[in-house]
Ligand binder design. Structure first.
Ligand SMILES: Cc1cc2nc3c(=O)[nH]c(=O)nc-3n(C[C@H](O)[C@H](O)[C@H](O)COP(=O)(O)O)c2cc1C
Ligand SMILES: C=C(O[C@@H]1CC(C(=O)O)=C[C@@H](OP(=O)(O)O)[C@H]1O)C(=O)O
Length: 410
């Protein structure tokens, strides 16, 4: 993704040897250790409802560039996340040609699952990228599509998100938190208090990243029932950022609007089908007199509002209130009670391919959404402050904030 100040990219297949990620434009001097990135990767692995793979696979992080002695250098940061399951997949995913006979037997184990792993995947799953991907790229089967469509790739984004979060906190004191507000039909009550960044550890400890214990228990039961019924579930997550100064993003052009950038970043996550800024959908049903956030006072840069329905953004610009965005995840498309499809090898009716899958990925979905919001905010913050080093970016921000305070001193 190319932002205004940051460019980042990921590469790697789901069952390939490793994922890689690079980010360019991070100022020098940001405190950053591999342990900070590992903690974010571990957080993405939490959550009730995931499938077998999360239990045995490990993210093996290596920092290849851009960080020295615990601080960023200002050079591109390069990360590698090794896949601990690679030995099992090294034939199927070999970059070099392999003898087709080797694909039919598997490394001598004789294990049925190993053999199944190597079979052509010709029964595309409704809801996954299989069918449009096979046709677009003219591929023989779904393997070459699902490998990159897979949300395994989000491990690389979460690693980059950890860099973005460190930048946000150290330059501007901006801190983020994410939580789950709906799984299937079970929703957090509307009047439940919103969590803050200090609640991060408590949320990590909850099986579904939910603030309310009763709702959490109902969500867990809902996931268990879906699993038992051979079904899958989606849900809604919310990301909150506190300490966002007024003035990130801009009203002047569509692609500089903070809301547009957040929507694109969140919609770019696998399985996200809806994005809401603040109370966007509820606002649509309200009269204007009840939909907006009245300004109660502005004093030396501090703005007090009667509410925060806008989610901290007006005119594509952050307005000083906490940022609140939601993303809706559709249910997992590898449904064990498989859906109807066509076998592309024969043209005959079939059911979608299924080897194993998650029942619900909304909990890691919250952590992934947090990473995407952090990357957008980091880009927007640097767009405002510039700076090649942490002290320079901080100084620029302080000078700007001093001006907003002076503008609002009566
Ligand atoms: C954390 C996470 C885990 C996922 N796990 C699975 C899975 O196990 N099985 C599956 O079919 N889809 C899974 N998905 C969703 C697919 O990756 C996604 O539906 C697919 O790439 C098609 O893209 P689209 O849903 O955005 O159209 C997961 C998504 C996320 C965010
Ligand atoms: C590996 C991860 O998620 C995977 C995302 C995914 C998909 O289709 O998106 C399918 C599953 O993989 P598999 O088909 O190999 O069981 C998930 O496990 C991960 O998040 O680290």
């Amino acid at each position: 993704m190319i932002g205004v100040m940051l460019r980042w990219m990921t590469a790697g297949e789901s069952h390939g040897e490793a994922l890689t990620a690079m980010i360019d434009g991070v100022p020098a001097g940001i405190e950053m250790t591999s342990e900070m990135i590992r903690a974010a990767l571990a957080r993405r692995r939490l959550g009730h409802g995931r499938g077998a793979r999360q239990a045995f696979e490990r993210d093996e992080l290596r920092v290849l560039g851009g960080i020295r002695h615990g601080r960023t250098l200002g050079s591109p940061i390069s990360l590698l996340i090794g896949n601990s399951e690679w030995p099992k997949w090294s034939t199927v995913m070999s970059p070099d040609p392999v003898d087709p006979a080797e694909l039919l037997i598997d490394a001598g184990t004789g294990d049925e699952r190993e053999i199944a792993r190597n079979r052509p995947l010709t029964k595309p799953r409704p809801g996954h990228a299989d069918l449009p991907g096979i046709l677009k790229y003219d591929l023989p089967d779904a393997r070459g599509v699902l490998e990159r469509a897979s949300a395994r790739e989000t491990a690389a984004r979460v690693a980059l998100g950890a860099v973005a979060e460190a930048l946000l906190e150290q330059i501007a004191g901006i801190r983020l938190v994410s939580h789950v507000v709906r799984i299937g039909t079970v929703a957090l009550p509307e009047d439940a208090p919103a969590p803050g960044p200090a609640d991060g550890e408590r949320l990590d400890a909850d099986p579904v990243r939910c603030t309310d214990p009763a709702t959490s228990a109902a969500m867990v039961a809902h996931i268990d029932a879906a699993k038992k019924a051979g079904d899958t579930l989606g849900g809604v997550v919310e990301v909150i950022a506190e300490g966002v100064p007024v003035g990130l993003g801009s009203h002047v052009a569509a692609d500089r609007r903070l809301d547009a950038r957040l929507a694109a970043a969140l919609m770019g996550i696998q399985a996200v089908k809806g994005v809401e800024i603040g109370e966007g959908f509820a606002q649509a049903a309200l009269p204007g007199s009840q939909a907006h956030d009245e300004i109660l006072s502005v004093d030396q840069g501090r703005i007090e509002r009667a509410s925060n329905r806008a989610g901290g953004i007006e005119g594509g610009i952050s307005n000083g209130s906490p940022l609140r965005v939601r993303a809706a995840y559709k249910p997992i498309s590898t449904v064990p009670r498989a859906l109807r499809t066509i076998d592309l090898a024969t043209g005959q009716e079939a059911t979608g391919l299924h080897q194993r899958s998650d029942t619900c990925a909304v909990v890691p979905g919250a952590v992934i959404a947090q990473a995407m919001v952090a990357l957008v905010l980091a880009d927007a913050l640097l767009d405002k402050t510039g700076g090649d080093s942490l002290p320079e970016s901080r100084r620029n921000l302080e000078a700007y904030l001093a001006r907003t305070a002076a503008r609002t001193q009566w």
